[in-house]
Design a protein around this ligand. Structure first.
Ligand SMILES: [Zn+2]
Length: 106
């Protein structure tokens, strides 16, 4: 069994949600795939390029005008008021337009 490789980066997103009075959020992303892409990009592109490649993968390719970005948010029992990002869903905008309006709306 290979030892777990430490990821020395903190993936964070600062954003405003759909609430008109949103004061802006700053949350850490805890998706395992982010750490896995760090390890992969470090091996593939080296120390000098890893930050640029991560930004391309985890920001530039997702936050585009034709994407509807959604965050999956969660917390832990020890800190019930502190939320973190568990995952990112970024389908094409035209796909979301045909989705239902709300969770309990048919
Ligand atoms: Zn907000």
């Amino acid at each position: 069994m290979a030892p777990l490789e430490w990821v020395p980066l903190d993936f964070r997103y600062r954003f405003r949600c759909a609430d008109d009075d949103c004061p802006t959020h700053d949350m850490a992303l805890k998706d395992w795939e982010a750490g896995a892409s760090y390890r992969k990009f470090l091996r593939k592109y080296g120390e000098r390029a890893v930050h640029d490649k991560l930004r391309e993968r985890w920001y530039d390719s997702m936050f585009t005008p034709d994407r509807a970005v959604h965050f999956f948010v969660g917390n832990i029992a020890a800190h019930p008021k502190t939320f973190m990002l568990l995952g990112i869903f970024y389908p094409k905008v035209n796909i979301v337009q045909y989705a239902q309006d709300g969770l309990f709306t048919l």
